[in-house]
Design a protein around this ligand. Structure first.
Ligand SMILES: [Zn+2]
Length: 131
């Protein structure tokens, strides 16, 4: 077997591609986590609306990208509905955002609302249970 030697220019595109892939995987994973928490919150909302006034605070689950986040987010049903009308909006605990893919559109004492941009917005829309 011939030894071709080490050629960094051959390796560069490969490692670049795998980095890109890893980045996409991460995006995908983030989107899935958020979509999962969103589904949990949809259940909470469905139960809550049967016995709660629309301005009463309910404990939702933080919908940030961190899978290990178990933070509770207190928001009213009205606030929650404001988040849900757009598939790109997520309800998160204050400070739980990724500036790379989202903007904060509302900051309250007990929760923040973030809005996804670009690829993340597309993934969020695709996974929206209401669409
Ligand atoms: Zn969180």
């Amino acid at each position: 077997m011939r030894n071709h030697g080490f050629n960094p220019s051959c390796l560069a595109p490969v490692s670049y591609r795998s980095m890109e892939r890893e980045r996409e995987d991460r995006r995908e994973r983030y989107a899935r986590n958020e979509a999962l928490f969103r589904e949990v919150n949809e259940r909470i909302k469905q139960l809550a609306e049967q016995w709660t006034a629309t301005d009463e605070l309910i404990e939702f689950t933080c919908e940030c990208a961190n899978r290990d986040c178990a933070e509770r987010v207190r928001a009213s049903l009205d606030d929650y509905e404001f988040v849900r009308v757009e598939p790109t909006r997520f309800l998160v605990a204050p400070g739980h955002l990724d500036l790379e893919v989202e903007d904060v559109i509302a900051e309250r004492e007990t929760f923040w609302i973030v809005d996804k941009r670009g690829d993340a917005a597309e993934a969020a829309t695709e996974l929206d249970p209401r669409s």
